[in-house]
Design a binder for this molecule. Structure first.
Ligand code: PHE
Length: 436
């Protein structure tokens, strides 16, 4: 563990120090580009900047209690529940720490994206050099994982696209990809006369299925895929959510669809999906299976689920933002409340709990909110210990004071803080130890 003494960097908060350290995860120095321990030589295609690279290693989707992680966990749990092995274990494996630098072959060619396709443009991607780029989608890992033998898997990770920056666009965001390959038996079950069923045929490509797929196999895969994703959307957004399927196009799936849900009267695209092009499976060495895939943007889901108004907030290290998601059950329903742009005032309060009377932290939280009102942003228990001789328990709470519309003075905060102490002492029978 790295211990940083805050005195080394005066005026720097610990969160900022951690950020400074994590910028080391990737750097560009002359023609040398380093990303998470791998080194590349830049060339005429290189367009990654130090600022962009500073996002690498933040791994928001892996940070405990981060809203993106809550959403990723909910999707994962849904997939775990939907698909169990005969012994009752989850069928899907989760890959959430794959290196973000991929080859142009992984990101484009392996997915049958034509050589002259617009999505390859330098102006739309972050290239490390001519042959490598920061993945533009988690689909970049499909082919590799299939070649490795995975049949049911999720890929969760940061993806990079050059784009304008505004409330709903940011050059780095997070995707969750799902891939499932099925054998004939898995798709049809076991029947007496298996000869009557087949995955493949030599037919014409139509709107509904690829030429190599039997119409019935494609229909079953579509029904399974749509059923799974509808279940996912309604389990997160509510059973009564209006949903609709829209035909779509992706070079790597056919047919393809997008799932939209209606939120506050507006249709929102939640994900893209489809039946995987058989050529991708064949190129990855799979002959006897048919596959479906979907990809969704975690930020989009989290913004709609929690009412987060701006995509840039996910990168916030401000505890006013992060504390709103500090819960262990990812299915906890919360609605995001705007965080003040003014600086917080932080005061601690410590007291001995009453000896022979019941005490609940929740009572103290209510008390702080009723005395402090809109001045209080957060209250957290930061320390608890029991004195061995006195047999008394002490709690220390940190109260973050911050107003939405104005700067608070230390005096007015002290005033409220003192009132909280008095009120706690009289109504909760605690004895104040010290406060600051
Ligand atoms: N990769 C696609 C995107 O980023 C989403 C997708 C994944 C579509 C898998 C179909 C199948 O938009």
């Amino acid at each position: 563990m790295v211990v940083v003494c805050p005195r080394i960097l005066p005026g720097c908060r610990l969160s900022q120090i951690t950020r400074l350290l994590s910028t080391k995860a990737a750097s560009v120095n002359g023609t040398k580009v380093e990303v998470l321990g791998r080194e590349y030589t830049g060339d005429h295609m290189t367009n990654v900047t130090p600022h962009l690279l500073s996002h690498i290693g933040r791994d928001l989707h892996l940070q405990p209690h981060h809203p993106l992680r809550h959403v990723a966990q909910r999707v994962t749990q849904h997939m775990y529940r939907q698909y169990l092995s005969p012994r009752g274990n989850p069928l899907f494996s989760v890959h959430s720490q794959l290196h973000p630098v991929v080859t142009t072959h992984q990101n484009f060619d392996s997915l049958l994206i034509p050589k002259d396709h617009v999505s390859r443009k330098k102006s739309d991607n972050f290239y490390i050099n001519e042959t490598h780029l920061l993945r533009a989608h988690t689909s970049a890992h499909q082919s590799e994982l299939i070649s490795m033998g995975f049949d049911n898997f999720l890929v969760i990770g940061d993806v990079y696209r050059r784009d304008d920056i505004d409330a709903s666009h940011y050059p780095v965001f997070h995707q969750l990809e799902g891939v499932r390959l099925c054998t004939l038996k898995e798709l049809y079950g076991t029947h007496q006369n298996m000869d009557a069923y087949h995955l493949f045929e030599n037919g014409e490509r139509t709107e509904d299925h690829q030429g190599v797929h039997s119409a019935e196999a494609a229909r079953r895969m579509e029904a399974e895929l749509k059923g799974c994703l509808l279940g996912l959307a309604t389990s997160l957004f509510g059973q009564d959510t209006e949903v609709r399927w829209v035909d779509a196009y992706f070079p790597f799936t056919h047919p393809s669809w997008e799932l939209e849900v209606q939120i506050n009267g507006e249709w929102v695209e939640l994900l893209g999906c489809g039946i995987m092009e058989q050529e991708i499976l064949a190129n990855a060495g799979v002959q006897d299976k048919i596959g479906w895939a979907f990809g969704l943007g975690l930020e989009r889901w989290a913004m709609k689920l929690y009412g987060i108004p701006d995509i840039r907030l996910f990168w916030s290290t401000d505890s006013g933002f992060l504390s709103q998601f500090r819960f262990d059950d990812p299915a906890t329903p919360v609605t995001y409340k705007a965080v003040s742009k003014y600086n917080p005032c932080i005061n601690d309060i410590s007291f001995w709990l009453p000896k022979d009377q019941q005490y609940e932290s929740a009572d103290f939280y209510d008390l702080v909110r009723s005395v402090g009102g809109s001045l209080v942003e957060q209250v957290n228990l930061v320390d608890s210990f029991t004195h061995p001789k006195k047999q008394l328990t002490s709690h220390c709470y940190r109260i973050v004071y911050r107003h939405m519309e104005r700067v608070l003075t230390q005096e007015e905060v002290n005033d409220v803080h003192r009132k909280i102490e008095q009120e706690a002492a009289s109504s909760l029978q605690v004895s104040i130890r010290c406060s600051e």
